[in-house]
Structure formats: C-alpha cells, structure tokens
Ligand binder design. Structure first.
Ligand SMILES: [Zn+2]
Length: 286
C-alpha cells in the first residue's frame, strides 16, 4: 500500500511522542496534508531556506527537522520575511515539514544518545530532569583517555563545522566519566559537576558561565573539563539513524518500501562561515 504522510506521522509519533516535548516547544506537523503520498524524505537540523530549496530540488515530499521553523508567533507568510519565504516555499513546493525538537532530545534513541555514542559511550543514563522530562546523558567510557584523545575522537565523529570544537582543560587531563547535552547546554553545568563528570560536552557555551564553571572546577580537582562541540554538529548525528528506524517502522507496519527513499541534508547550517586567528597549543594527541 502507498505510504501517506499520516502513516509516516504515526511512525514518527511513536518514536518521538509529542507529549515528551517541553511546554514551550513547538513540535509536530508544520506544513503538509496528511493524505499526501510520501516517497522521498529529507532530514536536517535546521529548516533554513537553503535546506528547503535542497529538499525541493531533490523532489522530497517530507522534510524532517530538529529545530522548529515557527517557535514564536508570526503574522504573515509573505515572502518578504525569511520565515514567510520558508513557509511559502514549503507549501508551493508541496513539501510537508515535521519537527521533533525536545521530544527528539529525550528519546532513546534520539539526539543525545547519538551524541553519547559519538563520545565513545556504550551505555549512558539521563543526566538530569526538568518538568519531569529527562535532559542530557552521562556515562563512563570503557577505558579512560586523555582529554586531548577524547576531543580528537569526538571531532572525528562529528560533521566538520567552520569553528571546529573548543576544549577547556589540560590536554593530558584524564577523562573517564562523560556528561553531555546536544545543543545549548549552559544550564546543565552544575548537573554535569554533580554527576561526577570528568568532561561536559555541549554547545553554545558563553564566556561567563564557562569561565565560572572552570573556576569552580579548579577548587575541585579541575573537572569537569568543557567541550563546546558546536550546536549544529552536536545535533546532526541522530538524523541518519532516525531515518533508518523510520523506514524500518514503516516496513514493519506492512508498507511497500519499494519507492521509499531518505536523505540527510548535506548543508551545514552552523551560522559561522570561517574562523581566523584560532590557535591550538594542546600538543600531540595521546
Ligand atoms: Zn538545538
């Protein structure tokens, strides 16, 4: 039987239940008709205009993104604003948009378990809880490594972004216990420390919260070290796995998968384009 958008939504909702999203979040179907056929699914972290154009030129029927297109109210979808142009392009191009944001963060597997795997963890548990919803992951590496080796391995597992990854801590510091939160993680620094993490991997770390956390850590053996892995990069890893599982769920539901095709966007939506003047004095990786 032909796959309709409503069939895909049923499978996605089972993987990433809307009810597990945080109350401020806006997830689910943004554009599209549940009756429309779906053959080609495109996935990306951000629904930028360029990503939408990429999905349209590939002939995608459905675009799945992590970040919401419409988080705050808008009053026009005219092409005179970027949001309006995005909605118009999706509608004119007959591309449905479906979003899984904080509900994909908490899912197991989901955004944070994919990041945990990239960090080298084979097992992990939730780092903390907010509004009864789990946040982040924490776990122990099979073998402790140096901070430098840890960061090099993580960088190799992440898609390359112009800013690379930034590390706070000594290159030869010992890393055994790892806490993480994909995307902006300023708010869980204390949770990472309380969990006994040697390193906290997240993104969007600002000067004051990062420096203050390092000052506190200095009084307490120097950990947790910090790794800013980049927002886009740290949240990219789950896309391929999610598409794989979606295809499997539809096949298990008895759908004919002969025309089914999925693609992960090749566009880096990290807002930075290039870096100048960065220096690294970590020494040789261990
Ligand atoms: Zn994010």
């Amino acid at each position: 039987m032909e796959i309709r958008l409503r069939d895909v939504l049923t499978a996605l909702e089972a993987m990433f239940p809307t009810g597990t999203a945080q109350s401020w979040d806006r997830v689910g179907l943004v554009t599209g008709d549940p009756d429309q056929p779906v053959r080609l699914v495109h996935a990306a972290v951000d629904p930028t205009l360029e990503v939408i154009e990429e999905a349209r030129s590939a002939g995608a029927d459905l675009l799945i993104t992590h970040h919401p297109l419409l988080l705050r109210g808008i009053h026009s979808v005219a092409t005179t604003s970027a949001k309006g142009a995005s909605v118009t392009s999706l509608v004119v191009g007959d591309v449905a948009l479906w979003v899984a944001h904080t509900n994909a963060d908490v899912a197991e597997p989901g955004v944070n378990t994919a990041l945990a795997t990239a960090c080298g963890l084979t097992e992990s548990e939730p780092l903390t809880e907010e509004e009864g919803i789990t946040m982040g992951r924490v776990g122990d590496l099979p073998e402790p490594v140096t901070l430098s080796a840890f960061a090099h391995r993580l960088a190799a597992a992440l898609p390359s972004a112009p800013g690379g990854i930034r590390v706070a801590g000594p290159a030869d510091g010992r890393v055994g216990r790892v806490a993480m939160l994909g995307g902006a993680g300023d708010g869980l620094m204390e949770a990472a420390r309380a969990a006994g993490a040697d390193v906290y991997v997240t993104a969007d770390l600002r000067h004051h919260p990062a420096l203050e956390a390092r000052e506190e850590a200095a009084l307490d053996g120097g950990t947790p070290f910090l790794v800013d892995a980049g927002h886009w990069a740290s949240e990219s890893l789950w896309l391929a796995e999610m598409l794989e599982r979606l295809g499997q769920a539809l096949a298990d539901a008895g759908h004919d998968m002969v025309d089914w095709e999925t693609r992960v966007s090749t566009i880096c939506t990290d807002p930075w384009s290039f870096t100048i003047g960065a220096h690294s004095d970590e020494g040789d990786p261990q």
